[in-house]
Design a binder for this molecule. Structure first.
Ligand code: IDP
Ligand code: MG
Length: 139
């Protein structure tokens, strides 16, 4: 069954001119782009998005960085999109990410790992409400 997931191209991906490269990779791997937007998180929006990490030592740095400039969000669809996209993105630490994954190719550190991808159906549903508060009923 077709499934949806959400990705963000983080500030390091934007700054290094990787928007097109990253979207082309997902399209090339069979993901359909259903929605696309460039937007800037408020600090509170980034904190809500990453609320599961509120107690982590990197929370302040992460949410400040993610709300520091406009970023790109996309809703992607395919069979098993959530796990498929996580596979294409690679492990959180680019140094540990499988060869050929987006983070292995373009990531430079744990904090600068180029992309976010939903890790579960529950996470996707929460994230899409935060990033597309206008709703996606028209898709
Ligand atoms: P994920 O993005 O692979 O799902 P999570 O563990 O959910 O990884 O962490 C969310 C984001 O927080 C990561 O993508 C990374 O940018 C950042 N992060 C995670 N762990 C650390 C850390 O130890 N130091 C700095 N940033 C971190
Ligand atoms: Mg995560």
């Amino acid at each position: 069954m077709a499934e949806r997931t959400l990705i963000l191209i983080k500030p390091d991906g934007i700054n290094r001119n990787l928007i097109g490269t990253i979207l082309a990779r997902f399209e090339g791997e069979g993901l359909k782009i259903l929605a696309l937007k460039m937007f800037k998180f408020t600090k509170g929006g980034a904190e809500n998005f990453y609320a599961m990490h509120r107690e982590k030592p990197f929370f302040e740095e992460l949410t400040s960085w993610m709300s520091s400039q406009p970023i790109v969000a996309a809703i992607l669809e395919s069979e098993n999109a959530i796990s498929k996209v996580r596979d294409i993105v690679g492990a959180t630490n680019p140094a540990e990410a499988r060869q050929g994954t987006i983070r292995a190719l373009y990531g430079t550190s744990v904090g600068q790992n180029v992309v976010h991808a939903s890790d579960s159906q529950e996470a996707y549903e929460k994230e899409v409400r935060i990033v597309f508060p206008e709703g996606i009923e028209h898709f």
